[in-house]
Design a protein around this ligand. Structure first.
Ligand SMILES: Cc1ncc(COP(=O)(O)O)c(C=O)c1O
Ligand SMILES: [Zn+2]
Length: 408
């Protein structure tokens, strides 16, 4: 190996039946039970302590010993991760809360946190010899996959719902991915990717259906701890579609405890979904471990228009084990929260990110979050990618109008 990363990746393990398999072959779901495979690491061999991180590059690859790429020459990076954890003092005061912070994932390459997962998955697919990668996407994942595949010099295929945001269609096409729109939702697109993968020679990187996107997303958890001085917040509010970021963070917390970097304390993990597509909220309310498909899913928060999640049991377990909860919010609440976050703190969020603020307000009202809680909201994307979500039309005033001189 030309340039070893020091990765301590040891094997893959099924999260449901415990079957293990070789991490140095391409795998997708567990061959025995069809559930999610997680990469496992030989954490006892991690020769790194938190203080060693200080001089490292400000990207998610600063945690390379606990990431799955063995040779640094295979890392496909556009500078993803290590996004700021911004204090939100005005919002905190307005809500009567002590400490609300925003993890601003809109600052990632391609404008969303999907960059993390795709950086890891495309890197590892390339390392293991894949020549072409593909995924279904509700929106941002398609743009991110196209960008990382381009960066890697791999061919890419993206299949998206025909009504997914225009910018996501454009970014996938411009970045050179073969891109198709279909009549249906992301799970229909996923079925079509599976159907055509063999003929096209694609390695399918559908989220949680291959083992490495979650590894990119788990760096959210490492960063949270590092940015808070190796102490986790009391509450994490996360806009959940497939839930990869939430379960990734949960995995990161366990790894960091095993490494001795943090203690046993866990944040209460809060799932936020849109009222028009809330399969996990419904399952959580019913005390179930699996979330049946949500029919007629509808929301303008495209990343939340995910009617079924393959990792449903991982998400619901994390929520319950952490003492968290699941809430759904309306389209109007998301629109209002978009304006509020942008105008109060200068952070123009994606609708999915705005949903976390709407959820926080609910949780505060019902007493589930109180003044003494340190809360982190995940703004998972840039508002600029959704220019039509909140109507905004500046008034036109002709340049020769006398109104200018009188202060309009
Ligand atoms: C901006 C944004 N937020 C949240 C999500 C949901 O992410 P996850 O699938 O990790 O739950 C998506 C997925 O498309 C997204 O694009
Ligand atoms: Zn299994």
């Amino acid at each position: 190996m030309a340039n070893p990363t020091g990765s301590t990746l040891s094997h893959l393990e099924c999260t449901a039946c415990g079957r293990t398999c070789d991490a140095d072959e391409l795998h997708r779901l567990c061959a025995d039970c069809g559930k999610v495979l997680y990469p496992r690491y030989d954490l006892a061999k991690v020769a790194l302590s938190p203080s060693d991180l200080l001089g490292r590059e400000p990207s998610m690859w600063r945690y390379r010993e606990v990431l799955p790429i063995r040779d640094a020459d295979h890392v496909v990076s556009l500078g993803e991760g290590f996004t700021p954890l911004l204090p939100a003092p005005r919002l905190s005061a307005r809500l009567g809360l002590g400490d609300v912070r925003i993890k601003d994932e809109g600052q990632n390459p391609t404008g969303s946190f999907k960059a993390r997962g795709m950086s890891a998955a495309v890197s590892r697919a390339r390392e293991l010899g894949a020549k072409a990668v593909a995924a279904p996407s509700a929106g941002n994942a398609g743009g991110a996959l196209a960008a990382y595949a381009a960066r890697a010099g791999l061919a890419a295929g993206v299949v998206m719902p025909e009504d997914c945001p225009r910018i996501n269609q454009v970014e996938a096409v411009v970045s050179g991915a073969d891109t198709w729109l279909v009549d249906g939702l992301i799970d229909d697109a996923g079925r079509l990717v599976r159907t055509t993968s063999e003929a096209r020679g694609w390695f399918d990187v559908s989220t949680l259906k291959e083992p490495y996107r979650v590894e990119g997303k788990k760096t959210l958890g490492y960063e949270l701890a590092e940015q808070l001085g190796w102490e986790l917040p009391d509450v994490v509010i996360y806009p959940t579609g497939g839930g990869t970021g939430l379960v990734g963070m949960w995995k990161a917390f366990a790894e960091m405890t095993e490494l001795g970097w943090i203690g046993e304390k866990r944040p209460r993990m809060v799932v936020v979904q849109a009222e028009g597509c809330a399969p996990l909220v419904r399952a959580h309310d019913r005390g179930e471990r699996h979330a049946p498909r949500w029919e007629d899913a509808a929301t303008d928060a495209s990343g939340l228009r995910v009617p079924v999640a393959v990792g449903d049991y991982l998400i619901l377990d994390a929520v319950r084990d952490s003492g968290g909860t699941a809430v759904s919010v309306s389209e109007d609440e998301m629109r209002e929260a978009t304006r509020e976050l942008a105008a109060a703190e200068g952070i123009y969020p994606a609708p999915e990110g705005a949903a976390t603020l709407a959820a926080l307000r609910r949780l505060r009202d019902t007493g589930l979050v109180t003044e003494s809680d340190r809360v982190v909201l995940f703004n998972t994307g840039a508002g600029q990618k959704y220019p039509d979500f909140v109507p905004a039309s500046p008034e036109f005033v002709p340049a020769d109008s006398p109104a200018w001189a009188s202060g309009l």
